[in-house]
Design a protein around this ligand. Structure first.
Ligand SMILES: Cc1cc2nc3c(=O)[nH]c(=O)nc-3n(C[C@H](O)[C@H](O)[C@H](O)COP(=O)(O)OP(=O)(O)OC[C@H]3O[C@@H](n4cnc5c(N)ncnc54)[C@H](O)[C@@H]3O)c2cc1C
Length: 427
């Protein structure tokens, strides 16, 4: 039996297990599903530029040899502006890597109580925002209650069912890239879509707490905030010239390539809680989607998270326990942020098991995105809410024009940190 038990091989848990194994430490990983590291909604790991916080965080994670980010680049459908991956191939590769790593003992089992893991020295809980049942009740009790918000997923459509003669290929950020399909909308078509979205029937939320994550609102909620909200948001035509007219359309619906074979496309920004019949009715009015067949339709999920800065100690463990909480459940938001917490916890756990250094000695350097995420989860604050990586998380005030320079310097700091860790904790 290993000294460390892990619950959940999602994004945070998979990163944690693989990285911990790279430090030479064994882990018993309990997971109830067969597929690991599955991307639940979009297949985008966001921006690749060092001018963006998401781009910097990924570069920092690569500097630390992140197994998941390295694999994501190997599964890239596109790296042009944003990193999009084939989610099935990504999950297959990570699942195989984990199953083939001798120091990771995968145990297919749903954990219902921490009591089942009482003989382990450390328990790492990466059960994700959809954790439920008895385990959720225990985490709630230990952490003084959950917070919730609602998050929806977007429909995905089969390629064969699209009439691409009414669409065009283009990437708004990279002129030569053709990895998005674009549906140009006239002013009339745009406002008709907005009216449909505003008046369509939605699935009832059976909860008094009706918060949405502001960074990823359902499309119908965005439409209700103003008739032009979508035009200046996910349906922006900026940088997209329709080759048929030589002009930017009034608005554009974008479809992102889902897989290497181009068999399916995800509707960008169309996360929704509309009833399924309504989704089909409205989306089939879009030019080229009249006969659309859906791989999946949008659904809404209730995400849970804890008040991390109040509840967790400096090692991301629930105060007074040997249980660390990682991933979205800790109150960060997003795929790469979940992966970052897996990386952080692997370093902290390796140090705890090897009993080498003071915790302060192994923290990531200040003014890096990784440190920003760590502090978001551990430094007390008046109001805590789920947060994507952003320049707001770091201490330095970085002007827009200096972002790339900052990015380069933070990646260099993490490279030095990686070399330092290697010296401190050789495998
Ligand atoms: C509906 C929805 C849409 C989202 N869309 C996006 C998006 O488009 N982009 C983005 O960046 N982020 C998105 N997120 C947010 C977040 O990035 C993902 O939820 C991400 O998968 C979180 O990673 P995680 O490792 O914390 O949890 P998960 O990836 O959910 O992993 C948790 C794992 O734990 C396992 N598990 C749970 N309970 C148990 C148990 N009791 N015993 C054993 N195993 C267990 C699960 O099977 C799962 O494999 C979305 C979240 C939701 C809920």
């Amino acid at each position: 039996m290993a000294e460390v038990a892990l619950i959940g091989l999602g994004l945070a848990g998979s990163e944690f297990a693989l990285k911990l194994a790279s430090f030479g430490i064994e882990v018993d990983a309990f997971e109830k599903q067969d597929k690991f590291a599955y991307l639940i909604c979009s297949n985008s790991l966001r921006g690749t530029s060092l001018k963006t916080a998401a781009g910097i965080l990924k570069a920092e994670l690569l500097a630390l040899s992140s197994p998941l980010i390295t694999t994501a680049y190997e599964c890239a459908i596109s790296k042009e502006g944003a990193l999009t991956v084939d989610r099935e191939v990504f999950s297959q590769k990570i699942t195989a890597m984990i199953n083939e790593t001798p120091l990771i003992n995968v145990i297919k089992k749903e954990i219902t109580s921490f009591e089942e893991l009482s003989s382990y020295k450390l328990i790492i809980c990466a059960a994700g925002p959809l954790v439920d049942g008895k385990l959720a009740e225990e985490i709630k009790k230990l952490s003084g209650g959950f917070f919730h918000f609602w998050d929806a997923i977007a429909p995905v459509v089969w390629d064969y069912s699209l009439d691409k003669s009414k669409m065009f290929f283009a990437n708004r950020h990279v002129p030569h890239a053709k990895d998005y399909l674009n549906i140009p909308l006239t002013e009339e078509e745009y406002f008709s879509l907005v009216e449909d979205l505003k008046s369509a029937e939605t699935v009832e939320l059976h909860d008094h707490d009706k918060n949405f994550f502001e960074g990823c609102l359902p499309i119908e909620e965005m439409a209700k905030r103003g008739d032009l909200t979508l035009k200046y948001g996910p349906l922006s035509p900026k940088g997209l010239v329709d080759p048929k007219t030589g002009k930017e359309p009034f608005a554009v619906v974008q479809l992102r390539q889902e897989d290497f074979e181009q068999k399916a496309w995800g509707l960008v920004g169309f996360q929704t809680r509309l009833k399924w019949g309504e989704q089909k009715r409205i989306l089939r009015k879009l030019p080229g989607m009249e006969k659309a067949e859906f791989v999946r339709l949008g659904v809404i999920h209730r995400n849970s998270y804890i008040n991390a800065p109040k509840v967790l100690d400096e090692k991301l463990q629930i105060k007074g326990t040997n249980i660390a909480i990682l991933g979205q459940l800790s109150g960060i938001e997003g795929y790469i942020e979940a992966i970052a917490t897996g990386m952080l916890a692997s370093i902290f756990t390796a140090n705890s098991i090897k009993k080498r250094f003071l915790h302060e000695e192994i923290l990531p350097p200040q003014n890096t995105m990784l440190r920003g995420i760590y502090e978001w989860l551990t430094v007390p604050k008046k109001k805590f809410y789920p947060m994507n990586v952003s320049f707001a998380l770091i201490k330095a005030k970085v002007k827009r024009k200096n972002r790339e320079e900052f990015g380069k310097s933070s990646v260099n700091k993490i490279k030095e940190y990686a070399a330092y860790l290697k010296k401190l904790m050789p495998t």
